[in-house]
Design a protein around this ligand. Sequence first.
Ligand SMILES: Nc1ncnc2c1ncn2[C@@H]1O[C@H](COP(=O)(O)OP(=O)(O)OP(=O)(O)O)[C@@H](O)[C@H]1O
Ligand SMILES: [Mg+2]
Length: 508
Amino acid sequence: MGVTPLISMRNIVKRFPGVVANDQVNLDLYAGQIHAILGENGSGKSTLMSILAGLYRPTEGTIEIQGTEKRINSPSDALACGIGMVHQHFRLIESFTVAENIALSKTGGSFLLDEDEITVEIKALGEKYGLTVDPDAYVWQLSVGEKQRVEILRMLYNDSRVLILDEPTAVLTPQETRELFSNLRNMADNGCAVVFISHKLNEVEALADRITVLRNGRVTGSIGREEINQSKLIEMMIGRDIITAYEKSDPPGDEPVLVIENISALNDMNTLGLDRISFNVRAGEIYGIAGVSGNGQRELAEVIAGLRHTLSGSIRFYGEEIAGMSPKDIITRGVSYVPEDRLGMGLVPRLSSCDNVILKEYGGAKFSQGSFLKRDAAIAETNRIVKEFDVRMGSIHQPVKMMSGGNIQKLLLGREIASQPRLMVVLYPVRGLDIGAIESVHKLLLQLKDKNTAIILVSEELEEIAKLADRVGVIFSGRILGEFPVSRMDTEKIGALMAGIVEDGGAK
Ligand SMILES: Nc1ncnc2c1ncn2[C@@H]1O[C@H](COP(=O)(O)OP(=O)(O)OP(=O)(O)O)[C@@H](O)[C@H]1O
Ligand SMILES: [Mg+2]
């Protein structure tokens, strides 16, 4: 290509204590192109892009912008150079409104801008790009998908020419993903360079003009869209084949572990989030909840985990009513909950892996003796989880927020599985995981099933439900619209139910 790249990263090295996250990486980004970055969890994708976005300084190497070397020492330097990034983990202030969060990014901390004007501008941007979100809503009220939209809006609001999105689709619904893709194409056609990190090969194939693959911090290949081929990409990423279908056993008996009857509950906006939900799960059964996220999945999980009040109905766990019990009492009975928001609800970001493992058992006999902590036992247990679940990190004493997204998920799941739950409620367990890690998580869930744990698997991917679940219930607008054995699963029909379209053809 005879054109000067918009961005050239040259021989970038980034070392963290104990890890070389990027090792002599070269990357050229061109205006008008969508460039995908692929690689296993921990291969250095986020680090490389955080360097471009001014969050980290490279240990070695240089960055050129349109052929001129530039030092990017801070996110505001990057922004001034027209580089914006939507991070894998959100960087929004929960107690502020959407408009305030967006305004803050531009003014660098002052509220002197006219709020009404900002609100109008956000609404206009939102409409233009199909990213609707209420500017006056507080961030804590938003779903993960909506928070993502705010992050994207924030970048657009700042007129960035280099748009970096770190796994943006991991939290979007299929429809939002399609919309995002056409918008990204639009932005590229308007002269932007778009960088897109994803683990989903289908998405990358559909969208990318060029793909660069990282492995252990190094570039293993960079190919144009005409050369894209899935097995070649997998080979470049992990250097081996992966399994596409699993063996799964039938649940051993018909006795339900969990019986949910007519549960209703409010959502965070104080409207009806769950509307008379009923279903049951047996020991050794995986019950899939299919649906577009934001249709009551989180509320349902929280109600079971005791984190949200019910308005009516009953939840019986091994015959005992648990609706109204404290989360702690529910955990003690053997219920484990793996939330979608890993770094908010699941793990404490600034604590180490080891402390996060202790946290779950806090007050239990496992790691404490009287008021003393059995530190060695905790370290041993953490090391065991790290080894068994192949969690990769610098050290178990580092804050978990320094781990790669996929490894954070493996740690959280590992900790929950290690507690040998009798019921596990798991939301979007493979979101953000690379294909190798997805395979290991799926195998872990099947192992748990074989140990007779009842599992509620909330997923947006029908393929995942088809592979793992025994039965599937489709959730829409807080209601279960249909329930099927997976062996007789009709994808078209389930897809229609996910969109709220029931038998008579009308929308609910
Ligand atoms: N701030 C940090 N301090 C120490 N180590 C870090 C830090 N950030 C990342 N690392 C380490 O650098 C390596 C690369 O991490 P990075 O987040 O770039 O991976 P990734 O490719 O984005 O993975 P994922 O797909 O899981 O998001 C990992 O081993 C990670 O633990
Ligand atoms: Mg990452």
